[in-house]
Ligand binder design. Sequence first.
Ligand code: ZN
Length: 244
Amino acid sequence: MKYGILGDIHANLDALEKALAAFEAARVQRIVSVGDVVGYGAAPRECIARLREIGASVVKGNHDAACVGELDLAGFNPYARQAVLWTRSQLSPEEQRWLADLPLIEHTDDCMVAHGSPYEPWRFDYVQTVLDADRSLDTMEQAICFVGHTHVPVILLRLHDDPLRTGYTLDTEVDLSEARCALVNVGSVGQPRDEDPRAAYVIFDSESSVVSLRRVAYDIELEARRIRAAGLPDVLAERLFLGV
Ligand code: ZN
């Protein structure tokens, strides 16, 4: 099965469209999202509608949870908080229900998916180091788990021939058949933070076990205009150009 995996869309419609076009070109058979459909960007309803239209499997991110009142906003910075409140005011009760009903973990035949970490996913912990990854890798029910949340693509893994050591790779094409288990951060579609402003997404071929971390350019100008027109903080538009 060929999977297209993406997340942290953050209501960035053109970035989402460009990633979906890349999936189509790569002939993926199933689309999975690691969550944070909304928050920050100014096209939350359009992004929700698009994911529903294509039948994507989506897990719940912390911004999705916050936008339906499930998370205390005290943990959000002022810009994120403002975006959450604006998003809440835009969504219909039915769209809010769709977000509220998203699962925290999704299992497919070949992998699992969570937003921050498969270990106690309701905490939305940030997995940034090999130490952060250990609890997840120790307890994962499947060998491969896709996550997002940090907006920085990376693969944290343990190899068959060195199963006690957790390592990481920034390679963009990795054969996971050599890995005993792996946590793959797919990066962010709508608000990358690794200083590459292009939308990030992943193609995973379960037959060959090859994971490919890819980027695609999108119309940042368009989405920045949309953010400003919505009256959202300017910094949320500016950061898109920098990829931070
Ligand atoms: Zn996010």
